[in-house]
Design a binder for this molecule. Structure first.
Ligand SMILES: Nc1nc2c(ncn2[C@@H]2O[C@H](COP(=O)(O)OP(=O)(O)OP(=O)(O)O)[C@@H](O)[C@H]2O)c(=O)[nH]1
Ligand SMILES: [Mg+2]
Length: 349
């Protein structure tokens, strides 16, 4: 992922359930002023301190939710009790927990989305600390000048939440295993994903940045291959599709040289698996990119171009390995994203 942090299947954690508890507020104190010459001093019980909050903060220094594999309980410090001489108890310390940008926080019981930490620095208080109780000095009245009561501190909030990482990229590459997705990512960006001549080389998503020029950057995600039945858990299943849920655009990458699963079949499988994952995903804008044209003759390429054009899809034939038509693909990606942006701006104004 560019930062040097390596993803392996064991440490690429993108889904965890954690328990968060704010600190309890400290109790208010019951105490009376005792001074040599004022035997009947008034009440001077201080207030309890506030319990600490548990706060999530989105940070690009975190790439996965791995930290939570070992630490599932996030419990903030309690506030201290109030003391005599009107001394307030110390507030409990907040716990600040850094999570990757793109982490969605959900209530574990209801599934409700509590917060989407989709920008650097965005924060969310997941469990508030309880307020400190008031000391007895607050309860003095003309009829009761020596109150023997004080408030208890409030309990801190507690809840189980699900943290789900959904990587944020502009373009997602999806395809069957071995289609050349990682090769394409490395042709488009400086990312160096593992590439090999066997299926399921990629076990966790890879991100790369396509730099068209200084001001034009596109983040591209390569995710593990999909196979027929992925939605029922076959292969690596659909668990990585969550990482393309928020992409603006998809590349359906198809190996034109594949004799076992020919392009029309591969296309059908991909659409079907995307649809089974979510109706939203299949509604995304996409182009069909036919890969490995260095291995097939021109007539064959033309046949597939026509096949996809007849269905109304944009089709770009490339060779990711031999760098054929990669510039055309880059321009197309930029143009599509740029026009999507303009449409969005128009809608907003
Ligand atoms: N001849 C040729 N081979 C290619 C091309 N693109 C990729 N390959 C080869 O196809 C094989 C698979 O490439 P990968 O990039 O690992 O494929 P992938 O889609 O990422 O595969 P998984 O991660 O296993 O799903 C490798 O041997 C690549 O060298 C191409 O344009 N032409
Ligand atoms: Mg791969």
């Amino acid at each position: 992922m560019g930062s040097g942090e390596k993803f392996s299947p064991e440490n690429f954690v993108d889904y965890v359930k954690v328990f968060a508890k704010g600190g309890d507020g400290g109790d208010g104190a019951i105490s009376f002023l005792r001074e040599k010459f004022r035997p009947k001093g008034g009440p001077d019980g201080g207030d309890g301190g506030k319990g600490g909050d548990v706060i999530f903060v989105a940070s690009s220094s975190k790439k996965t939710l791995l930290d939570f594999k070992y630490k599932r309980h996030l419990i903030a410090q309690n506030g201290e009790k109030g003391k005599n001489k009107n001394q307030k108890g110390k507030d409990g310390k907040d716990i600040i927990v850094y999570v990757p940008v793109g982490t969605v926080v959900k209530d574990a019981e209801t599934g409700e989305i509590l917060c989407d930490l989709d920008e650097e620095g965005k924060s969310f208080v997941v469990a508030r600390g309880g307020k400190g109780g008031r000391g007895n000095r607050h309860f003095a009245s003309p009829t009761n000048q020596a109150p023997r009561i004080a408030e208890k501190g409030q309990k801190g909030e507690e809840r189980w939440v699900i943290l789900e990482l959904k990587l944020i990229s502009d373009v997602g590459i999806v395809g069957l295993p071995n289609a050349g997705k990682s090769t394409l990512l490395s042709a488009l960006t400086r990312a160096k994903p593992k590439i090999a001549d066997y299926p399921f080389t990629t076990l966790t998503p890879n991100l790369g940045v396509l730099e068209i020029d200084d001001s034009k950057r596109i983040c591209v995600a390569d995710i593990p291959g999909l196979i027929e039945g992925a939605h029922k858990g076959a292969g690596l299943g659909l668990k990585f599709l969550r990482h393309i849920e928020r992409t603006k655009f998809l590349i359906l990458l198809i190996d034109l040289s594949d004799k076992i699963t020919p392009p029309d079949k591969a296309f059908e499988i991909l659409l079907n698996e995307l649809k089974n994952y979510s109706q939203e995903l299949v509604k995304k804008d996409f182009i069909v990119v036919g890969n490995k044209i260095d291995l097939v003759d021109e007539k064959e390429v033309e046949r597939w171009r026509k096949f996809f054009a007849d269905k109304g899809f944009k089709f770009i034939p490339i060779s990711a390995l031999k760098n054929i038509n990669i510039e055309i693909l880059k321009d197309t990606l930029w143009n599509v994203l740029d026009s999507q942006k303009k449409v969005k701006e128009k809608v907003q104004t």
